[in-house]
Design a protein around this ligand. Structure first.
Ligand SMILES: Nc1ncnc2c1ncn2[C@@H]1O[C@H](COP(=O)(O)OP(=O)(O)O)[C@@H](O)[C@H]1O
Ligand SMILES: [Mg+2]
Length: 270
């Protein structure tokens, strides 16, 4: 089974854009991939928090989460966005099962100091995910994790996706966001990113905010044995084509060009 883990950023899951995401998932299924989706929901969490008089705060792209914000995050992620995606997939005839990391302790996290109710994944129940995928179901995961004792921790969705992809030894991790990939200082898409270049670009302040945990998760996924990792956007080039032929996004690899087994490699690297 060739497994693709697809992380979808919150800005791509509003009412206007989610149908395009569903169409991309249909494309991946059409190519015979088993698909696990991990979704974000940042903008809607921020919006709902504001409605309830809670202020959103971030440290290096990670949301500071007090207990009230955790409740809002879980409500929005598991209650709204997860349901929206599952509904959209079902409507297209794709069998979708929505869960969070809390169900069956699917993803256990440990607390990340200094951010409140925020964790980082430490264990993924691979055997459960594999059993679900064997049924030909698309698994849709909200990134709220278990602390191993029945309580919730908020985890950056890119980190959840990297942990899931690592546990499944996925063929490909796709981190789908609202930019065409990792951009350089001039705003041009970098066709590839090495761990070294990642460190340099963070130091230089060119990789900032939510791109810090995203690119870090991409590098981490490689270390965990995921074969190919792509940070990319929803664009004119379908994801299946980006995987098969390249031509979009930023491939993250130990060396430039690794993972990008394709023609037409764009001509500038980081
Ligand atoms: N070098 C960079 N290249 C691309 N995006 C960057 C870069 N540095 C910071 N960003 C920001 O990171 C954002 C993506 O992360 P995030 O807001 O967490 O979205 P997502 O929901 O997809 O995780 C982009 O919208 C962009 O504003
Ligand atoms: Mg993010």
């Amino acid at each position: 089974m060739k497994t693709v883990v697809l992380k979808v950023g919150g800005r791509l899951l509003d009412e206007a854009t989610w149908p395009t995401v569903v169409a991309e998932v249909a494309g991946l299924r059409g190519r015979g991939h088993a698909v696990v989706i991990v979704h974000g929901g940042g903008p809607e969490i921020t919006e709902m928090s504001a409605r309830l008089g809670l202020e959103a705060r971030f440290v290096q792209g990670r949301r500071v989460t007090d207990p009230s914000t955790l409740a809002v995050a879980e409500m929005v992620l598991s209650g709204v966005i997860n349901r929206r995606l599952v509904g959209g997939l079902q409507r297209q005839g794709i069998s979708a099962l929505g869960l969070s990391g809390r169900d069956l302790d699917l993803i256990v996290a440990c607390r990340r100091p200094g951010l409140g109710e925020v964790g980082e994944p430490v264990h993924v129940r691979r055997e459960v995910l594999e059993a679900l995928l064997q049924n030909d179901w698309v698994v849709v995961l909200a990134p709220i994790c278990s602390d191993g004792h029945g309580r919730a921790l908020n985890v950056n969705a890119d980190e959840v996706a990297a942990a899931v992809a690592g546990a499944l030894e996925a063929e490909c991790l796709l981190l789908l966001t609202d930019t065409p990939g990792v951009l350089d200082a001039a705003g041009r898409r970098l066709p590839w990113l090495t761990p070294k270049a990642f460190d340099r670009l963070v130091q230089a302040g060119i990789i900032r905010d939510g791109m810090i945990p995203k690119a870090a998760a991409a590098v981490e996924a490689l270390a965990r044995g995921v074969r190919r990792v792509l940070i990319t956007g929803l664009g004119p080039v379908a994801l299946t084509r980006q995987i098969e032929e390249g031509g979009g996004g930023t491939w993250v690899g130990a060396d430039e060009g690794v993972g990008f087994q394709a023609r037409g490699v764009p001509d500038h690297g980081p």
